[in-house]
Design a protein. Structure first.
Length: 384
């Protein structure tokens, strides 16, 4: 009996030796890239290498893909999608109809503004970055998209070690959390959580939570791939907004890493021009509801504040005031100045503003009569 067992053991040993790299995955022991007791500084430094680069390779400053697919809650088929991302605040996500090729949605951001449009919306909604948080609190938006958080999710913004605390929910598991707390102008706490698999050295989730633990948004990162440059990127990003019951599943296809074409294509980061679709500054709507003075509108090209607050494209001989100081909402995660107090919060539906009889003209962006705006060279037909 003992000899038989010995023969079986030798047989299995020989088979495993012969199979070599073909050993079943469940029998292999994964080599971890980070120690189980990795410090916060070591963890943040390792993650930032993918963005800032090392002495031997560059980091991830921008990327684009023209063969991505988007799956959205309630839509039975995936939709062709193009995505472009460039640090620090520029991104463009355009979704097309799978049959006609017509544009279904356009979500984007540049250094000054964020915008959002879909085919079933009568207006392009936009806000300056300093007004995004205000709009989220004073208006009931279809989906509470946070552009600066998305830039972090898209992997081109280095993490600030001083902002985070390291948490280990399960000391025996390889998953740790980087947690950052911020206070909004309304006195609410917003928590950013980045979950990291220390064994693989990969971010698995980004979460936004309120101070009471209520989940605002979640991004799940899957199917990481190592680019030939040594940069690692997820192949699949699942964006979730629980309150809106919406999930956007982004299959990134084959992204180009740091494409030189993005640096010169400034027109890509402009708000689209869509025939018969107006532009509504939801940041201005929120400011009026909060009783906060209007800011200088900056939509598309250089804009000035016209009569009665109407934002217009200046003509060639127009004087534009660029010296006006920024309002107290420069921090996209909220104002932490204890001396700043905001008027009482009033949550109203955005539809109330958009469907009200003859809304205040200052809430709409109107081009000056003598203004000329050139469409983006790579813009689709509907935007030219």
């Amino acid at each position: 009996m003992i000899r038989q067992l010995a023969r079986v053991g030798l047989t299995w040993g020989f088979l495993l030796f012969a199979l070599g790299c073909h050993t079943p995955q469940w029998m292999r022991r994964e080599t971890c890239v980070l120690e189980p007791g990795v410090s916060k500084s070591e963890l943040v430094g390792y993650l930032n290498q993918n963005i800032t680069g090392t002495q031997t390779r560059g980091g991830l400053a921008s990327w684009r893909t023209s063969n991505a697919r988007t799956s959205i809650t309630g839509i039975p088929v995936s939709l062709p999608t193009s995505i472009a991302v460039e640090a620090p605040r520029s991104f463009r996500l355009r979704v097309s109809h799978p049959m006609s090729g017509g544009q279904e949605a356009d979500i984007g951001s540049n250094d000054e503004r964020f915008w959002m449009w879909s085919k079933d919306m009568p207006q392009i909604m936009t806000a300056s970055h300093e007004d995004v948080g205000l709009a989220m609190n004073y208006l009931e938006l279809p989906v509470p998209i946070q552009p600066d958080w998305l830039m972090e999710v898209f992997g081109v913004i280095p993490l600030n070690e001083q902002e985070f605390q390291l948490s280990r929910p399960d000391p025996m598991a390889p998953i740790v959390e980087l947690v950052a707390n911020r206070t909004t102008p309304q006195g609410e706490t917003v928590q950013r959580i980045i979950r990291v698999n220390t064994c693989r050295g990969q971010i698995t989730e980004h979460l936004l939570r309120r101070g009471d633990g209520h989940l605002i948004a979640r991004a799940v990162m899957e199917n990481y791939r190592l680019h030939e440059t040594g940069i690692s990127m997820p192949g699949l990003v699942r964006l979730q907004w629980p309150d809106a019951k919406v999930e956007m599943r982004l299959d990134l296809g084959r992204p180009e890493v740091n494409p030189s074409s993005l640096a010169s294509n400034k027109a890509l980061w402009e708000i689209p021009i869509i025939p018969n679709v107006s532009v509504v500054d939801i940041g201005e709507i929120a400011r009026r509801r909060a009783g906060i003075p209007s800011s200088v509108a900056q939509v598309g090209h250089e804009w000035r504040e016209g009569a009665a607050g109407v934002a217009t494209i200046p003509s060639a001989d127009a004087n534009t005031d660029t010296s006006r100081p920024a309002p107290p909402f420069g921090n996209p995660w909220g104002n932490t100045d204890p001396a700043f107090t905001e008027p009482p919060r009033r949550r109203d539906a955005l539809a109330d503003s958009l469907s009200a009889p003859q809304p205040d003209p200052s809430l709409r962006v109107q081009p000056a009569s003598n203004a000329v705006r050139t469409a983006s060279p790579d813009a689709p037909v509907w935007a030219q």
